[in-house]
Design a protein around this ligand. Structure first.
Ligand code: CP3
Length: 320
């Protein structure tokens, strides 16, 4: 999940010097931020510092990250004519800095831990460019898909092509694993996921460089897990609203799972979150194919010592 961020004092210090997009566009600084959690926490993988929305900049929608808020799209895409005019995204010229950051991280890690690359899945990225930012109900997105399905599929095809290129570029630059974030897909009814989303997510995964494991993640997906699996991925990411063993059964025991501690648990001291950690490990039952993780990203108000204690706790409990 997201492991760099505002809960880390050294990240906040970097953000004093650079705004968010400047940080993403500066490979040296992005590489440094990528390595911060690895050095500080002892986690088992580095997650490239970038964002899922960087690839939409060439669509000229006016991407911004105002301080202290989520992403903002100044000119959201709402109608068929706007979408008909969009040109394919040239990823190599749009985000060369992301690939350069990945190369630097890979070199700096010198094999210590693997690098995880990532992108947003087409639905979650589309939801930002259609809604204009974060949303509660995704009503504009749902209207677009139902009322103008041709425009919706055109937008999703364009995003799917860009996403595959974005991930393949990260793989070429040194990512050993890639994660596809469909963070907000839990807003959809299963039939809508099948008709409007699944084919596009599947197309992204099918277009990836063979041999690189893919983690496919969403939140609020308890009712969608078999469909997420059908769309693809070697590992399915689970949020905390499902028991890990039940989630694993739902996706099938022949794929791996990642998850699924409630990020809110880390606001409490280690003794208070230890039972939840033990429960997850018990449900995983020592079977191969479980990646311990949070069920979503680290919350900004989390004490960094709690995150460090979690890493030590998981290493200790799972080595027995
Ligand atoms: O080390 C890491 O984990 C790296 C980085 C990472 C970021 N964005 C950097 C970031 C990852 C994996 C992402 C993915 C991302 N971005 C997702 C999918 C994962 C998820 O959280 O569901 C989404 C939905 C986005 C879009 C996005 N970018 C949002 C919703 C926000 C605001 C979140 C917040 O905490 O306010 C961002 C900004 C963002 N991307 C931050 C970071 C570290 C916070 C920026 C800041 O204020 O400094």
């Amino acid at each position: 999940m997201r492991q760099a961020g505002r809960y880390l004092p050294e990240y906040r210090a970097m953000r004093e010097r650079f705004d968010f997009l400047e940080l993403c566009r500066n490979p040296e600084a992005a590489a440094e931020v990528t390595l911060q959690p690895v050095d500080r926490l002892g986690v088992d993988a580095a997650i490239l510092f970038a964002d899922i929305l960087l690839i939409v900049e060439p669509l000229d929608v006016g991407l911004e990250f105002p301080r202290g808020e989520g992403p903002l799209i100044q000119r959201p895409l709402r109608d068929e004519a706007q979408i008909a005019r969009l040109r394919p995204i040239d990823v190599a010229s749009a985000v060369p800095f992301v690939f350069e950051a990945a190369r630097r991280v890979k070199q700096a890690l010198a094999g210590r831990v693997p690098l995880i690359g990532f992108a947003g899945a087409p639905f979650t990225v589309a939801s930002y460019v259609v809604e204009g930012g974060a949303s509660r109900d995704y009503l504009a997105t749902k209207r677009l898909m139902r009322e103008t399905p041709n425009a919706w599929h055109r937008l999703m095809t364009l995003l799917a092509d860009a996403t595959a290129a974005y991930l393949n570029g990260q793989i070429a630059a040194g990512a050993a694993v890639v994660q596809l974030f469909d963070s907000w897909v839990g807003a959809l009814a299963p039939d809508d996921y099948r008709a409007f989303v699944l084919p596009h997510t599947r197309a992204v995964i099918a277009a990836l460089t063979p041999g690189t494991p893919v983690i496919h993640f969403g939140t609020g997906t308890a009712g969608l897990l078999p469909l997420l699996r059908e769309a693809g991925g070697d590992v399915i990411g689970l949020d905390w609203r499902v028991d890990l063993d039940a989630g694993w059964r739902a996706v099938g025991e022949d794929v791996g799972v990642q998850g699924n501690l409630d990020p809110g648990a880390l606001l409490s001291p280690p003794a208070a979150f230890e039972p939840a950690v033990r429960s997850i490990l018990r449900r995983a039952g020592g079977r191969p194919g479980h990646i311990f993780n949070l069920g979503h990203g680290v919350l900004p108000s989390t004490p960094v010592e709690h995150v460090k204690a979690l890493v030590e706790m998981v290493h200790e409990l799972s080595s027995r």
